[in-house]
Design a protein around this ligand. Structure first.
Ligand code: HEC
Length: 106
């Protein structure tokens, strides 16, 4: 019985590991903080006003943003242009959330 639980724990670990696989630059990112920053900075509200649907259509994983580094760079650019004042680790956290939900770079 004990072995059964250990197997379950191991499988759960594998599952979580594969679902949350993130590229090295987002490995330490705080995803909860990233989600909150996106809500605070109205990222989705603005995107949703620009494209049909819920706004996720602005994210184009097959477009010019096609590496984790470029994704982080794009978020940094928005941060600067929109004067959001996010710290570097906050930019990484936001980019990591976008990667998890939309871009899915490995
Ligand atoms: C005032 C409006 C506005 C706000 C606020 C905004 N964005 Fe954007 N964002 C845009 C527009 C418009 C585009 C599309 C630009 C284009 O296609 O050239 C875009 C594109 C992007 C892209 C690139 C999509 C791609 O794959 O090419 C990313 C990433 C992005 N925004 C992230 C964010 C994040 C993160 C925030 C919040 C921290 C944010 N944006 C806030 C207007 C906004």
């Amino acid at each position: 019985m004990k072995n059964f639980f250990m197997l379950c724990a191991a499988l759960a670990g594998l599952w979580v590991g594969s679902v949350q696989a993130q590229p090295a630059i987002f490995k330490d990112a705080d995803l909860a903080m990233g989600s909150k920053l996106m809500a605070d900075n109205k990222c989705v509200e603005c995107h949703a006003s620009k494209v049909p649907g819920d706004g996720s259509a602005v994210y184009k994983p097959q477009g010019r943003i096609n590496t984790p580094g470029l994704l982080r760079g794009m978020v940094e650019q928005c941060n600067t242009e929109l004067n959001l004042g996010m710290f570097p680790e906050e930019v990484s956290a936001v980019a990591a959330v976008l990667n998890r939900d939309h871009y899915k770079f490995k």
